[in-house]
Design a protein around this ligand. Structure first.
Ligand SMILES: *[C@@H]1O[C@H](CO)[C@@H](O)[C@H](O)[C@H]1NC(C)=O
Ligand SMILES: *[C@@H]1O[C@H](CO)[C@@H](O)[C@H](O)[C@H]1NC(C)=O
Ligand SMILES: *[C@@H]1O[C@H](CO)[C@@H](O)[C@H](O)[C@H]1NC(C)=O
Ligand SMILES: CC(=O)N[C@H]1CO[C@H](CO)[C@@H](O)[C@@H]1O
Length: 618
């Protein structure tokens, strides 16, 4: 606006429009711009010319006059510069300047033009060329426009009054420096009383306390903006602001039912889902996450509960096997607690709820159950066929109470040694027993339901065959005793032991003795050691081969059974030189053990032959 550099130009205001413009200039823009100021200086009188935009044309907007112009039309006015000839023209005789077309300030706010006064006769400039400015004056021809629309925002529910939501902004193309054309005022058209807008800044804030997402989640706010300070006659625009309330944890769980009834089969495996409970929570996401637990301590070990991570339901699971015959119904209570607790909104207790669950156990047809997990019986080995050994018993535990049929499904060792009564489970001896062949008979007995079901189960039966004294004891080996020449009386010449296949309680007690005779044997004696062994001792010290080569010694072995059994074995004791010391070179080749069954004749014959064979070697 500094016009100091503009050369002096005389602008004589055209009669009316000029004056009007000048006055407008002064009245509206204050001292910031110039109005026509005729200069007392020789040359141009100049100024700015104000033209209201959008004014219908053509129209005279001002007049140039040179000081030298005497009115004789000798001066020709010429216009050049921005828009000269096209938008602006000058009357070459009068100096009147006209605007030819509507101007738009928002397109171009000012034009710089040059004027010249030329002497028509000499065709010389009367004055130096000068510049002047045509300023296009703003009218309110633009409506405000919202930027960045549409607006979407969210705030937490329960936000306090005055919480900032979002700022809306509009712009106006009109001249912000001129009048109120671009002075914008915001107001709420829709959305009260929940939201309000700050008139000057367009800041939207909450104006309603405790807005509850669970009651209403979304709001559509319409904001209007008006120019001209909101006065009538201005332009306006509006925009929508979509406001969503976000969730806070202001709701606790509430079970859908006070009582849940579930059924579960008694044969359901551990881990079976028994049922689902659900506590609603008005909130969403993490604020609705639930943690369920079983409250009833008495039964808590039969069931467990866990949370379905997707639905937030509580899944009641079976944790222990059930038995309809033992317990048919369970009453438990389930507790639901919000995972997250926010005491700004609710007390701790309001974040939990309780419900009751009744679980009915459903009966299943089950296999018969034996009264004992296994049976162990004893039977003497001499028990007669038909003797009762024992009885098994099983029952149908179901309500049906079906009768049971028994059978022997499997037996170790000899088959068909026992027979079972199919109706009462009594086991009897079916074949003679022999403990020495088979001391255990292990059976698998099956019990099968009849009538409405054919379920079966089985039990192990171990039958121990008890010993009776049915075996004769005998010497443990074929002893070949010898006595060295020179053996002292009282010396042991042979240690013997005996065996018995029987297995009496407390073990064997076998006794050794000389065969009963009228005369005491003067040559040998037996000393029983009381431990199932005995020693044979020499009774004299004068044994020589020359005197006699061998002696027969009957030995009686008796067991401790009742009645006792015994056997007699005859040992042949050779007389030996035992050179070198104590050793009988011929081993025991010629020695014999003879049982009582041998005839004496045979015995002597054999012995005679052996004596001959071994004579030299001894
Ligand atoms: C759920 O509750 C139980 C018992 O109250 C607790 O031990 C467990 O840590 C809780 N789990 C979560 C994820 O909060
Ligand atoms: C079992 O049944 C058999 C044959 O019917 C009978 O001889 C026996 O005495 C019964 N035993 C018992 C213990 O009832
Ligand atoms: C039978 O059962 C008894 C006792 O359980 C056991 O000691 C024995 O070894 C078993 N015998 C056989 C042949 O299975
Ligand atoms: C019973 C027995 O064998 N007695 C004998 C003991 O020794 C003498 C002498 O050698 C024999 O004559 C007996 O017959």
């Amino acid at each position: 606006m500094d016009l100091a550099g503009i050369l002096p130009v005389v602008i004589l205001a055209s009669v009316l429009p000029w004056c009007v413009l000048a006055e407008l200039e002064v009245g509206q823009m204050g001292g910031g711009s110039l109005h026509p100021r005729p200069r007392p200086k020789r040359g141009w009188i100049w100024s700015q010319i104000f033209v209201e935009e959008e004014d219908p044309t053509p129209r005279i907007i001002g007049k140039l006059k040179s000081n030298s112009d005497t009115g004789d039309l000798s001066i020709k006015y010429v216009l050049s510069g921005e828009g000269a000839g096209e938008l602006f023209q000058i009357d070459e005789y009068t100096g009147e300047i006209s605007v030819l077309k509507k101007l738009d300030r928002e397109e171009k706010a000012s034009y710089v033009l040059q004027a010249q006064a030329i002497d028509r006769r000499s065709n010389q400039p009367m004055e130096p060329e000068s510049e002047f400015i045509v300023k296009v004056q703003d009218i309110n021809d633009n409506a405000p426009v919202f930027l960045n629309k549409p607006y979407v925002s969210s705030i937490p529910e329960m936000s306090p009054v005055g919480t900032t939501v979002v700022q809306v902004t509009a712009t106006d193309e009109d001249d912000p420096m001129f009048g109120n054309n671009a002075k914008l005022i915001y107001s709420i058209q829709q959305g009260e009383p929940y939201f309000s807008v700050e008139p000057k800044t367009g800041m939207i804030v909450t104006s309603w306390p405790n807005m509850d997402r669970e009651a209403r989640e979304g709001y559509l706010v319409v904001v209007q903006v008006k120019d001209m300070m909101g006065l009538s006659g201005g332009y306006s625009a509006s925009t929508t602001v979509t406001i969503t309330l976000t969730d806070v944890n202001d709701n606790g769980p509430v079970f859908q039912h006070n009582l849940y009834m579930f059924q579960v089969s008694e044969s359901a495996p551990v881990g079976t889902t028994v049922g689902r409970v659900m506590a609603d929570d008005g909130d969403v996401g993490a604020n609705a996450r639930m943690n369920y637990s079983l409250k009833d301590l008495e039964e808590s070990s039969t069931f467990t509960i866990r949370t379905d991570p997707v639905t937030q339901e509580g899944i009641v699971l079976l944790a222990k096997p059930l038995d309809y015959e033992r317990k048919r119904r369970f009453a438990i209570s389930v507790d639901a607690v919000n995972d997250l607790i926010d005491t700004r909104y609710l007390s701790v207790n309001e974040f939990r709820d309780l419900t009751n669950v009744k679980i009915i156990v459903v009966d299943e047809d089950e296999a018969p159950v034996f009264r004992a997990p296994l049976y162990e019986w004893k039977v003497p080995e001499n028990a007669a066929v038909g003797t009762t050994v024992g009885a098994v018993s099983a029952r149908d535990v179901d309500e049906a109470g079906n009768p049971i049929r028994y059978s022997i499904a499997k037996s170790s060792g000899t088959k068909d040694v026992f027979r079972i009564d199919p109706n009462n489970g009594t086991v009897i001896v079916a074949k003679p027993l022999d403990r020495e062949t088979s001391d255990w008979h292990n059976l698998t007995v099956a019990a099968k339901e009849t009538r409405t079901s054919d379920l079966s189960s089985s039990v192990e039966v171990a039958v121990k065959v008890l010993d009776v004294n049915d075996n004769v004891p005998s010497l443990a080996a074929e002893y070949r005793p010898y006595i060295c020449e020179g053996t002292e009386a009282g010396e042991i010449i042979q240690l013997i032991s005996a065996t018995d296949p029987d297995d009496p309680d407390g073990g064997h007690h076998l006794y050794f003795s000389m065969a009963p005779d009228k005369h005491i044997n003067p040559n040998f004696t037996i000393r029983d050691n009381q431990d199932n062994t005995a020693g044979i001792l020499a009774r004299r010290s004068t044994f020589t081969r020359r005197d006699r080569a061998q002696y027969l010694l009957p030995v009686v072995v008796t067991d401790s059974g009742s009645p006792a059994l015994s056997s007699t074995s005859t040992l042949t004791v050779r007389v030996c030189a035992c050179q070198p010391a104590g050793h009988c070179a011929s081993g025991g080749v010629e020695a014999l053990v003879l049982s009582m069954g041998f005839g004496l004749q045979t015995l002597l014959g054999v012995l005679a032959g052996l004596v001959l064979l071994t004579e030299q070697s001894c």
